[in-house]
Design a protein around this ligand. Structure first.
Ligand code: MEV
Length: 332
């Protein structure tokens, strides 16, 4: 695409001072892959892994520009991994009726680890672009714009990541919508990065190929993953962590049979179990990326985290989501 011609003088800023917008990573507890075929899923936000963006609008050219750790320069020339962000910027500019923006991005969400990096960055970017014209996106506008980036990243996104990276607490996701989940007990998780990137696009395509070649086998696995997701919401509500952990380990076994695990992920799941985790599984698209383990308490989580680091995890995070006293109605 040809960039717009520039006049001899620098184009001036059209909008107010840049506003920072924020989203966060996520971990899928249940239902990844199955959710692409309409099954329910459960995800938790990872507020410690933040993506932030600020944007300044331009009245006319120069073309949009990105400043990030990965790349700084015209949006048109951004490397392929940034194309979902470029698409999100374009779609947000179209929505607010602005020609171009300079967008600065910072993200602590590791890329290609199943923790929602592309959706989190897109969520921050589209809010920043809209914020630069003093416009607050409504949740469905924001969701639609994040999905533009997600489609560029992996073709047929369920919308789970787009909802989870802006959620205030754990969500149950089904048929495009998210509802807040009740927690009957604190939920303490350990997330460990295998160090190997995984391509969600490749993993989703692999599951689709299995579904085409062996519809009965893949269909059964998908149904069972959906049933685990459904049952997990009851465990979460009643605070039955033993049952929840057992479901996580079962889900990992089913995801292995869907061919989206790796030796490194299986090894981390095994290490978590030996260290006393109540359950563990890969999280997100798989074929690399992370595992999530359930701990009985924050002290247990530290033990498990140490064992996972010793077993070769590149990075380990722990988080505790407190039990729910009331559920915010606004989560969608
Ligand atoms: C990725 O976090 C979750 C997947 O189910 C893909 C999707 O929901 O679009 C693998």
């Amino acid at each position: 695409m040809t960039p717009p011609l520039r006049s001899g003088r620098e184009a001036r800023d059209a909008g107010p001072a840049p506003r920072a917008a924020r989203a966060h990573g996520k971990a899928v507890l249940f239902g990844e892959h199955a959710v692409v075929y309409g099954a329910p899923a459960v995800a938790v936000p990872l507020p410690a892994l933040a993506a932030t963006a600020s944007a300044t609008l331009r009245a006319s050219g120069p073309p949009s520009r990105i400043e990030s750790a990965l790349y700084a320069g015209p949006a048109e020339g951004a490397p392929a991994p940034l194309s979902p962000v470029v698409e999100a910027i374009r779609a947000a500019l179209d929505l607010v009726g602005a020609p171009a923006a300079h967008v600065s991005i910072r993200s602590d969400v590791p890329v290609g680890r199943g923790l929602g990096s592309s959706a989190a960055v897109a969520a921050a970017v589209v809010q920043a672009v809209a914020g630069a014209v003093g416009r607050a996106l409504d949740p469905e506008e924001r969701h639609g714009l994040i999905q533009v980036a997600e489609r560029a990243a992996h073709g047929t996104p369920s919308g789970l990541d787009a909802r989870a990276v802006v959620a205030a607490g754990p969500i149950r996701f089904h048929a495009g919508l998210a509802a807040p989940l009740a927690l009957g007990a604190p939920l303490t998780l350990v997330i460990a990065d295998s160090g190997a990137p995984g391509s969600t696009a490749e993993a989703v395509a692999g599951v689709r190929a299995m579904r085409d070649a062996r519809p009965h086998t893949a269909g059964t696995l998908i149904d069972r993953l959906g049933s685990l997701a459904k049952g997990s919401t009851e465990d979460l509500a009643s605070g039955d962590l033993d049952a929840l952990g057992a479901r996580m380990t079962d889900a990992h076994g089913l995801l292995r049979l869907l061919d989206v695990s790796t030796d490194a992920l299986d090894a981390l799941v095994g290490a978590a179990a030996r260290a006393g985790a109540l359950g563990a599984k890969l999280t997100g698209g798989g074929l690399g990326g992370c595992v999530v383990a359930l701990a009985a308490s924050p002290a247990e989580a530290e033990e498990i985290a140490g064992s996972l680091a010793a077993a070769g995890a590149r990075q380990v995070w722990t988080m505790t989501q407190q039990a729910t006293t009331s559920i915010p109605e606004a989560t969608r």
